[in-house]
Structure formats: C-alpha cells, structure tokens
Design a protein around this ligand. Structure first.
Ligand code: DMJ
Length: 602
C-alpha cells in the first residue's frame, strides 16, 4: 500500500503538466461561498482511501447528546484551569510555564505572554471576573519598552492579536468602558504600543519586514534579512484592525505593502517558497507547501478578504490555491514541491498543515476539506496526537520530528467542519484530543509538550497557544451556540451596542479568528472607520481654515509641506493623541470645537 502510494504520486507528478488549469472566474461573494475546487477526481486513490473514509464515517456514527457535550465542556474547563492556575502560581510574570519543573521562563519576549494569550479564553469560558482582573493586571504590569529581541511575527499574532481581541470583547465582559469604545480603550492602546514597536522592522527597501526587532532599539544592524514567508504575510488582520479602530493608517499600509511585495515574488507556476531574503527578494528556501513557514500567509489572505471584504486579497489566494491544488495535492494530502519546477521535494505531512481543511471550509470547498481532514485524522488515530512531520509514503513519523507540542490545528479544523456539516465525526476527534492530552501530557503542574509520540516522553514546555488556541477551539467545538459562532442569531449571541449613541452593532457579522485564535469583530472595524472618516473630514476643514487664517495674516513659503513623519517612535517616546482624537464625538460637539477654534483665534 505504501509503495503504491509512492508510485501513484510520482505518476501524478509526471502527469501534473497535463492537468488542465481551467481559468475560473468567481464573483467575490460567489467565491467566498461556493466551491472553487479546481482539480478533477482523477488523482484520488480509489480503494484504500474510500475504505478509510468509510471506516472513519462509521466511527462517527456515534451521536453526542447535549448532556454529554455539556459534560465535555466541563472537562475542558477543568483542563484550562489546571494549566492556567499553575501558570499564575508558578510562572507569572514569565512568558511561559515549565510544567515539569513547575517554574517559569521567558521565551518569545518578556511580557507575561501566556497571560496575554489566554486572556480572551477566560471570556470564552464565561469567566468575566477573572477576565476583568487580568485585563487590569496586564495594564499595570506589562511594559513593551524593554531591551528584548522579539519575533515580529509571534509578537503580532500573540500579543497584538490577544490584546485587540480582549479589547473588543471588553464590552461583552461587562467591563466599564471608556467613552469612545470600541474605537479607543486601554487594551487597544496597549496593542497599539506593542505594534508600534514592530514597525521599524518594516522599514526595508521592499517593505517586507525583518523577522526580529529589538523592542527598545529597533532592528539590529546585524539582523539577518532572511525570513519565512509567513513572517512577511501574517499582519493584515491585526494591523488593519488597529488602523481601522485607531484611525492611524500606518499599520494597514505597511501590512499591505509587505503583502504586495511578496505577491510579486511568486514563481512562474504561481507558488511561493519557504524563506526569502527581504532585501534582495531572492528565495533562499524554495520548497512550496502549505505548512511550516508559509501556513498563516494563506490563512491571512482568506481571512483578510472576508474581514475587510477585500477582493485583491481573495484573488491573490485563489491564484495560489489553483497552483497548490495543481502541484502539491495528491490523494487529498498536500506535499512539498519545488516552487519553480513543481517537482516533489518532501512527501511529508506537517502538523501545522492541519489548519487547511478549516480554511478550505471557509471558502466553501467542503468536499475536499472533509477528505483532507480524514487523512489527517487517520494520523491522529495512529499516534494519539499529530507528530510534527509524518512521512506519507512510509506512513510513519520523521526522524527528530516525532513531537506534539499540544498544537491546535486539527481541532481548529474540526470546529469549522462541525459548524459546516453538523457531522459528529468532528466531536469524536475533539473527545479523542481531550482524552489523549489528559492521558499523555498532564503533569501535576500543567500540560507538557510531547517530545516523542512513540514513547510519550515529555518536554519541559507549555506553549502559550495551548491556552489561547487548543483549549479555546476545543471548547468552541463542543459549544455550537456560543456567541463567537452565532453572529447575533443563535444562542446567547445577542448583538451588542457600542460607539456613539449605540450606533455600532457589534458582533453582527460574526468573528474572524486570527492565527492565534483571537477573535476579531469586523463590525467594530466598520463602525470605527466611519468615525475616522468623519474625523478626517473635520480635520481637513480645520486645516483649511487655519491655513487660510495664517495666509491672510502673514505671507508664508507656499510650497512647504508637512515634515515627513517617521512611522516609528523613538525609545521611550509616547504617541501623543491627535488634537481631535475623540472618535465618537457627536457631530454637534464637533461643531462646538470648530466654534472654539474660531473663538481662540479671534
Ligand atoms: C500558533 O502560534 C499559530 O497558530 C501559528 O500560526 C502557528 N503555530 C502555532 C500553533 O501551532
């Protein structure tokens, strides 16, 4: 069976050039909600895969009652609190808990990463009081003015994403909100503060960012220009959210510039590699695939398209997807191929790739998503977890990549597919995951990464994504009427009001999860953009009026424009709010400010 798979994908590789790449036109809405699978069934394995799918479906014949699901939700909560309390007791204010030695360590920075990453999970589990306590604890204790070299990518998805999400959920948590929320607020200011520290990384000739930045001093002169693809293309969700909430376009602009620069580097056959030199634009690692180093780039094109209703991002993804389906997909597995030649370079499934069926289901490509999920689920069942790398022809783990660091991706896909199909197979995976993790990874002090799935050796590490993502997706899988699923139509998903005079209807358009599972609310972006637009119009009026006033009083150098503003702040410098910073001022109040300007000048 293994040999036959190898020969099948080699044959398929030879046949690849004969695959008809039909030009397909999709309207924006149509593309989001209809299937755009571009390959025929010709390469799918007939017998063995069909049997496997049948067997797995048969296993899924088991139906979960509401009572069982509620019991499982309680078990997931206990899992969360075992890990969370242990982090607080033994590791805070360090970034992470070390679950074997029962202490803490800084890993991705020095900003209590686990607490920031876990904050919105508290609310997802319904713990408003602890959410509120931690939100204010973080405001008092976390400082981003630190001499630390931090990953631009990780700081963005975990810290900026976590704070933005907590900011947007603060209303639902019943916290006291400052006037102007959701377009202003202390957690939003923290997110902006952290993101501003990342901006120096984007000041490159191409606009593609460096991988690491010192939070106090900016990019080191010795910093390597080589970074991974996901490190360039995983900013649009957080940065567009920041820009649209605060009215400062800088963040969205740098994220878009990086995306456009990366898009231009794709190969003639429409693929991108794994690592790129962001100064010379040369591809340093030329393996193309959907896993480590690339994964969230594709995720952000799709989710960015949905959150921002952005056709440019969607079209980029659809073009990549055509090439991915043509060159990398074999029997609903996705392999690694050479980005220029399309020849197979690594017939390996990586656990990070397990987000793909969920992403495909967002695009409406359900059939293919279901089949790919079944492939990945078969690996889970073989090992009781997903090894980092799995050799598809050999049907076994890859040397030195046998670990399972409690990643969320397969559970994440199960959540999307259960929402899309209602098939209880996905609940079964959830229960398997819960039981495996309890059995293999639980320690008296938390949950430990599995170093080797073959003998269940453990590593002294509990990554922050275990609380931010793995447990959150697991809980949401078993809570189909949770407000994060409902978009205001199901369960307790009642809409929430915010903004001036309650004019923002929040949560109405559903939520988009960033790649660290932090939910973002597109309705808030829309609402605050409207206020920003009003504010800009008002500012333009004021500038015109004051220029007119100055010109009439003294002759000036007419051609002199405003000094170009640096996008980054100097160390220790704080951003001063623009003179008209209240985002939700009623129009009548703005008129009175206008009146004030007149009266001051007269
Ligand atoms: C998370 O930090 C994010 O999901 C990221 O995109 C990929 N890796 C981990 C989880 O596995």
């Amino acid at each position: 069976m293994r040999t036959s798979f190898t020969s099948r994908f080699l044959t398929a590789a030879q046949q690849r050039q004969e695959v008809i790449r039909a030009p397909v036109f999709h309207s924006f809405i149509g593309a989001l909600f209809s299937s755009v699978s571009l390959r025929g069934l010709s390469m799918r394995a007939p017998g063995c895969v069909a049997l496997l799918v049948w067997l797995l479906n048969d296993a899924a014949a088991r139906q979960f009652t509401e009572e069982e699901m509620s019991g499982i939700r309680q078990r997931i909560k206990s899992m969360f609190y075992h890990a969370y309390n242990s982090y607080l007791d033994n590791a805070f204010p360090y970034d992470e808990l070390r679950p074997l030695t029962c202490d803490g360590q800084d890993t991705w920075g020095s900003f209590s990463l686990t607490l920031i990453d876990a904050l919105d999970t508290l609310l997802v589990l319904g713990n408003r009081t602890e959410f509120e306590r931690v939100a204010s604890l973080l405001q008092d204790t976390v400082d981003f003015d630190i001499d630390v070299n931090a990953s631009v990518f990780e700081t963005n998805i975990r810290v900026v994403g976590g704070l933005l999400s907590a900011h947007l959920l603060a209303g639902r948590a019943g916290m006291e909100l400052e006037s102007g929320w959701p377009c202003s607020g202390p957690l939003l200011r923290m997110a902006e503060d952290a993101a501003r520290k990342l901006l120096p990384a984007f000041q490159t000739p191409t606009g593609m960012p460096y991988g690491t930045v010192n939070l106090l001093h900016g990019v080191s002169p010795t910093e390597t220009p080589v970074t991974c693809t996901a490190g360039v293309g995983t900013f649009i969700l957080e940065f567009a959210t920041l820009s649209r909430l605060t009215g400062d376009a800088t963040f969205e602009n740098v994220a878009r510039r990086a995306l456009r620069a990366l898009w231009k580097t794709r190969s003639d056959i429409g693929l991108v590699g794994n690592h790129i030199d962001i100064v010379s634009k040369k591809w340093v690692a030329q393996d193309a695939g959907i896993g480590a180093g690339v994964d969230s780039y594709f995720e952000y094109l799709v989710k960015g398209a949905i959150m921002l209703q952005d056709e440019e991002l969607l079209n980029m993804f659809l073009e990549y997807d055509r090439a991915i389906q043509n060159y990398t997909r074999f029997d609903d597995w996705y392999l690694w191929v050479h980005m220029h030649k399309g020849t197979v370079s690594m017939p390996v499934f990586q656990s990070l790739e397990a987000f793909w069926p969920g992403l495909q289901s967002l695009l409406g490509n359900l059939d293919s998503a279901v089949r790919t999920f079944q492939n990945y689920y078969s690996v889970w069942r073989q090992f009781g977890g997903l090894p980092e790398f799995y050799s598809i022809p050999q049907g076994y783990t890859v040397d030195k990549r046998e670990g399972y660091p409690l990643r969320p991706e397969l559970i994440e896909s199960a959540m999307y597919l259960f929402r899309a199909t209602g098939d209880h197979t996905y609940l079964q995976l959830g229960l398997d995951a819960l039981e495996s993790i309890e059995r293999i990874a639980k320690t008296p002090c938390g949950y430990a990464s599995v170093k080797d799935l073959r003998d269940h050796q453990l590593d002294n590490r509990m990554e922050s994504f275990f609380l931010a993502e793995t447990i959150k997706y697991l809980y949401l899988l078993f809570d189909p009427t949770h407000f994060l699923h409902g978009g205001g139509t199901e369960g307790d998903g009642s809409w929430e009001e915010g903004g001036e005079g309650g004019q923002c209807v929040l949560g109405a358009g559903g939520f988009i999860f960033n790649t660290e599972a932090h939910p973002l609310d597109p309705a808030a972006l829309y609402c605050c953009s409207r206020h920003t637009q009003d504010r800009r119009e008002l500012r333009d009026i004021l500038i015109n009026l004051s220029q007119h006033d100055r010109q009439s009083k003294q002759p000036t150098k007419e051609t002199e424009g405003p000094a170009p503003e640096s996008i980054a702040l100097k160390p220790g410098e704080k951003k001063t709010p623009p003179p008209l910073s209240c985002p939700v001022q009623p129009f009548s109040a703005r008129l009175s400010i206008l009146g004030q300007v007149f009266s001051d000048n007269t």
